[in-house]
Design a protein around this ligand. Structure first.
Ligand code: GLC
Length: 439
């Protein structure tokens, strides 16, 4: 047992020198991505810079990033304050995630209609809607972009390679909601950055640690070669799509997990870090330990054979002292079994938090190699917000990495970046009149 756990610890370790190697590789991939060369970091321009904090108005935000779809009304007061004035949440069933694309967009339009039934809000027309669509999108303007590939278990047919704003606008029109104009398209990372920087100009990075993981930051337009710079824009937010970063050592559980996904070989960092996958890694370890007769007993094996039988919420509850086996109705678990499960949860989540922190360190060093100013990182997502100890583990690695400048990087929870941030994007987009496509 001890030998197994020691070797498991080694397989899931992510040392300071691993962090340093990650930073070097990140910078190489960032350079390639910005130069438009093949790279595991796509570095997608978002056609927007950060807000001034003076943007104001009422906006509708639509947030699709995982199994939840949200429709929100957001009011910006022009003095850095943003308020969600109405919100509805819907569940996207697997049938829509994996079915026909038009059906998915019709479902989204139906949810918008239901939102208006629930909240009879009066707006002047046209009503500006910002669409937070948290998948890799090649934008051509702040309100146009094609889906490059699905992630996070989505595979709805007929959407890849198409402009998601057109698909949404057509679905809204089919539903009789022509008065709604899709003014802006945004990634959730961009939403988090915009939401926080609306009130804090020191914020220069948006990170999501939730079902998926990703980050964005403002880049100097002179540093990227793609002919996508809008004249007059002093900075361009870049959606890195860091979930696809693939220059890290993986272990046999990572390989097994990857092989069973809808997108093998892709989103390698995401599969080591994000909420959609941490439970799966733990489940694969549990299966192996049952087979080796180190955990529970063979009768419990069938429970753990089901994909996603263990979720990151389960790991989170175990980290908070909960008894997963009891909650799952698994009989006969001993104290030692429970301790082993907590240890597995800790190994998997600690590695995730350390990789996330090293990735943040890499981006901050890219922006400011000498760490000569303060960087506020807006982070959203359940792993950061709810997993016990996750933020602390990240901060500990950052403190190890930057022991000379311990206060240079602050990680801040930016709750509801996707909703509020989308409204800020719509407001900035309206101010910039930046909705034309650059050839
Ligand atoms: C996935 C998506 C990315 C998104 C992230 C967090 O990695 O590809 O666009 O930002 O999940 O939701």
């Amino acid at each position: 047992m001890n030998a197994f756990l020691t070797s498991l610890g080694a397989e899931f370790s992510f040392s300071l020198s691993d962090a340093q190697n990650l930073i070097t590789a990140f910078h190489e991939e960032m350079r390639l991505g910005l130069a438009g060369k093949p790279s595991s970091l796509k570095m997608l321009p978002a056609y927007i810079g950060r807000p001034s904090g003076r943007e104001r108005g009422q906006f509708l935000a639509l947030d699709l990033g995982g199994t939840n779809l949200r429709v929100l009304a957001v009011a910006l007061d022009g003095r850095g304050d943003a308020r969600v004035t109405a919100a509805s949440r819907f569940t996207v069933s697997e049938a829509f995630m994996r079915g026909d694309g038009d059906a998915l967009f019709d479902f989204i339009a139906r949810c918008v209609a239901l939102f208006f039934e629930e909240h009879p809000i009066h707006y002047t027309k046209p009503l500006h809607l910002a669409f937070t669509f948290s998948f890799p999108v090649a934008q051509k303007a702040v309100n146009a972009g094609t889906l490059l590939n699905w992630t996070k278990g989505f595979c709805a047919a007929g959407v890849q390679g198409r402009d998601v704003v057109s698909l949404l606008s057509a679905a809204l029109a089919r539903r009789g909601l022509e008065a709604i104009r899709v003014t802006a398209l945004a990634n959730d990372t961009v939403g988090a950055l915009m939401a926080k920087s609306y009130s804090d100009p020191a914020c220069d990075m948006g990170v999501i640690l939730g079902t998926g993981t990703n980050a964005c930051y403002p880049e100097d337009p002179a540093r990227f070669s793609q002919k996508s710079v809008l004249p007059g824009l002093r900075e361009m937010v870049i959606n890195m799509e860091w979930g696809d970063f693939d220059r890290m050592d993986v272990n046999r559980y990572d390989r097994r997990l990857d092989a069973a996904t809808l997108n093998p070989g892709r989103q390698r960092l995401e599969k080591m870090v994000s909420g959609m996958y941490l439970g799966e890694l733990a489940r694969l370890i549990v299966c192996e330990m049952i087979d080796e007769e180190l955990l529970l007993n063979l009768d419990t094996r069938s429970f753990f054979e089901r994909d996603h039988a263990v979720t990151s919420e389960d790991l989170s509850q175990a980290a908070a002292g909960g008894d997963f086996f009891c909650q799952a109705g698994i009989k006969g678990a001993t104290k030692r079994d429970r301790e082993t499960f907590s240890r597995i949860a800790r190994l998997v989540s600690t590695r995730a938090a350390r990789i996330a922190a090293a990735s943040i360190g890499a981006v901050v060093l890219w922006m400011d190699p000498n760490l000569s100013r303060r960087h506020v990182v807006a982070v959203d997502g359940a792993l950061f917000a709810k997993y016990p100890g996750f933020p602390e583990t990240m901060k500990a690695l950052l403190a190890e990495m930057f022991s000379d400048t311990p206060k240079a990087i602050s990680l801040c929870l930016a709750p509801d970046g996707s909703g509020i941030g989308a409204a800020v994007i719509a407001a900035v987009a309206a101010d910039l009149h930046s909705t034309e496509t650059i050839p």
